[in-house]
Design a protein around this ligand. Structure first.
Ligand code: IVH
Length: 683
């Protein structure tokens, strides 16, 4: 069946449009149409091709996925060997490289093309007459594996060379070299997916890229999002390659729609190289992909040729490596650290090792589950990663190196610092110390919380001061704060007598507080201000709260099993109760409320009484007054009747006032109301 010309043209134009949007999306990272539009175009092309299968070309965007799994990879011999770069770690080595290059070229200064050194896998892509024909891994540099079908699924790899001005004649052969990698974000997504499926997670983006590219089933590769960046040309035959510089060659590759690093530059001399190294070092964390250094290449291709190669590396280029962010070292033991919220964190004690230029002796293992998941045992060789300012972490184990006497980690049942019970709630990943305020490791943070504005509101008690107070064992519990004298404080670093006496005064002032603030200040897990309020409203006083069991705790509106358990655990620790006693002994006091449980105690006062408000009160708004009365279990109604117990009257009262007088109802002004409220709180 012959295909009408207009259909042929339609298919061609659809392919070009899909290619363009594919390029904008995957290479330029700048799509210009919504995904749904793209999908529509893509489906249109698929339908057309389904209808006229003769229209299908191997480089059609519809032909990326769908190849059957292979039994094994076949070998491909590289037309020119894929060499490697020599490495430089120190500035002096870079300087020596530049001097060698200048000497070899007999020039005073050399121009360099500089670019990121991608931390992925080297591949070579062969385009025959402009169409992607074969792709191979580096292998031993001479022979690699044929991963063509897998590379076809990588959306940023063009299936043909872009020929913007139709009729430009393509080279008969073009071999593009570059790196396949996985973007950091895609790596995170993949690992999350692996975790959810209960499958093995990948150690880093490089391993994930390698594992994905070397799949016999291209369908699996297609399901992993890989990316490609070109960094050079291995071979070029036929057609013009209008370049005399590496930098213009990269521009040329970009114009053929290959992804190239945005961060490439041209610099000159050692100073230019080192400035670029530092610039990229700072940028490293923010880049969407991992790099392990930067690559310096003599820019002039004729000069490159003149310099030639030594053994397996070019003389005209060098890799300047960043300090490794991932290294292998021995796991000597696992300590358990107590964090500020009482979380017990297993921390790896390591054979000291340089990671990213810094000596690392400890690394976090996060929690018990993570240790099991990564199958970490004491005595193992572990992979430690450190990135930027984040805490170094153990990311995996070198299983082959596991010694016979490797031992398993056991989470302690008591806090290693204070000996209180350590509990891991059902469904929680973290084990916590229940020592609360008594645990020294939690003390500093607890004291800071205790003193914070919404808790006891002690002005001037900042973290530097608390640190000193706890470190010098001057303050062990919040109660000790109230025993502090000016002399003890003034003896501390950066503490003048004036500020010492200010702090003593601020501490003294905080003695008078509210039960809500006090409960919040205790720092019970899961008990914030709102819960503290709910608890006070319900229980009325501290004794009843402390004595409450799980069942009655859960009677409190908004308190569920988790919060109830936190509260019960907290008060089950004798130390916590002791600290509360001490606080009362040093004079911390509050006015206790009745709580709804306790109506009978002061029913004669407010509870159950009916109030009517009229006129403007000097300080309280109508709402304030209502809230306070209701908080004390009184009732506020709109109109006066024989059943009304009290009238609260302010300025310019209305006719309700006259009626109340008539009925002989007790009239209160604001002061009298406040007095009544206060009395009702006394137990
Ligand atoms: S140029 C003659 N440029 O590093 C060698 N390589 O040791 C030409 N790599 O196997 C390589 N980023 O996989 C070059 N911008 C870059 C690179 C780069 C990463 C890898 C490449 C190669 C290894 C060199």
């Amino acid at each position: 069946m012959s295909i009408p010309e207009n259909i042929r043209q339609q298919a061609q134009s659809l392919r070009e449009t899909v290619d363009l949007h594919n390029y904008r999306y995957y290479v330029l990272n700048a799509p210009t149409i919504p995904d749904i539009e793209y999908d529509k175009l893509f489906r249109e092309l698929q339908q057309l091709e389904q209808h006229y299968p003769q229209l299908i070309t191997p480089d059609s965007p519809s032909q990326r996925v769908g190849a059957a799994p292979l039994k094994e990879f076949s070998q491909i011999t590289h037309r020119t060997p894929m060499l490697s770069l020599s490495n430089a770690f120190e500035e002096a080595e870079v300087d020596a490289f530049d001097r060698r290059v200048c000497q070899g070229l007999e020039v005073g200064s050399v121009e360099y093309a500089v670019e990121p050194k991608f931390d992925g896998l080297a591949v070579s892509l062969c385009y025959e007459n402009g169409v992607f024909a074969t792709g191979a891994t580096r292998g031993d540099g001479y022979t690699g594996e044929d991963v063509t079908l897998n590379l076809r699924t990588v959306k940023s790899i063009p299936l043909h060379l872009y020929d913007g001005l139709h009729g430009n004649h393509q080279p008969t052969l073009l071999e593009v070299r570059g790196e396949v990698l996985m973007l950091k974000a895609d790596f995170e997504k993949l690992n999350l997916q692996q975790r959810n499926r209960g499958e093995k997670e990948f150690m880093n983006p490089r391993n994930a890229a390698a594992g994905s590219l070397r799949q016999l089933d291209p369908g699996i590769t297609a399901s992993r999002r890989l990316t490609f960046f070109a960094y050079g040309i291995g071979m070029h035959e036929g057609g013009g390659m209008p370049c005399d510089r590496h930098s213009s060659m990269m521009d040329h590759l970009a114009s053929l729609r290959f992804p190239v690093a945005r961060e490439r530059k041209v610099v000159s001399g050692t100073a230019g190289l080192l400035a670029y190294y530092r610039e990229m070092g700072e940028l490293r964390e923010q880049l969407p992909y991992d790099i392990d250094g930067v690559a310096y290449k003599v820019n002039n291709l004729a000069q490159q040729e003149k310099l030639g190669f030594v053994s397996r590396a070019p003389r005209f280029a060098i890799a300047h490596k960043f300090p490794a962010q991932e290294v292998v070292t021995e796991l000597l033991g696992i300590d358990v650290q107590v964090g500020r919220t009482g979380a017990l964190t297993p921390v790896a004690r390591l054979q000291p090792v340089l990671v990213g230029g810094v000596t690392v002796t400890n690394a976090t293992l996060h929690n018990e589950d993570e240790i099991r998941r990564k199958d970490v045992m004491i005595g193992d060789h572990v992979i430690v990663r450190r990135a930027g300012d984040v805490i170094p972490e153990v990311v995996g184990v070198v299983k082959e190196k596991r010694p016979g006497n490797a031992s398993e980690f056991v989470m302690p049942e008591t806090c290693p610092v204070c000996g209180a019970r350590a509990v891991r709630l059902p469904g929680a990943a973290v084990t916590r110390c229940t020592g609360g305020l008594f645990c020294p490791a939690q003390r500093k943070q607890s004291i800071l919380h205790f003193a914070s504005r919404r808790a006891m509101d002690i002005e001037g008690l900042g973290d530097k001061l608390v640190e000193q107070l706890v470190d010098h064992a001057i303050v062990r519990t919040p109660a000790d704060l109230y025993k502090l004298g000016v002399v003890a404080l003034a003896g501390l670093e950066r503490m003048a007598e004036k500020s010492a006496s200010n702090i003593v005064a601020a501490i003294a002032k905080s003695r008078g507080t509210t039960l809500v603030r006090f409960i919040y200040a205790l720092g019970i897990r899961n008990v914030g201000e709102t819960t503290a309020k709910d608890l006070v409203r319900y229980f009325g006083n501290l004794e009843r709260l402390m004595a409450a069991d799980m069942e009655s705790l859960q009677q409190v509106p908004d308190v569920g099993p988790t919060v109830a358990q936190s509260i019960a655990d907290f008060f089950a620790e004798r130390h916590n109760c002791e600290i509360i006693e001490q606080l009362r002994a040093v004079g911390v006091y509050w006015q206790e409320g009745s709580g709804v449980q306790q109506e009978e105690l002061n029913s004669s006062r407010i509870s159950g009484k009916t109030f009517v408000l009229t006129g403007a009160l000097p300080n309280l708004t109508r709402e304030d007054a209502r809230e306070r009365i209701e908080a004390a279990s009184g009732k506020v109604v709109g109109s006066v009747s024989k059943k009304t117990d009290y009238m609260v009257a302010g300025a310019d009262p209305g006719s309700k006032y006259d009626k109340a007088i008539e009925l002989g109802i007790t009239i209160l002004d604001e002061a009298a109301l406040l007095q009544l409220l206060q009395d009702s709180y006394r137990t």
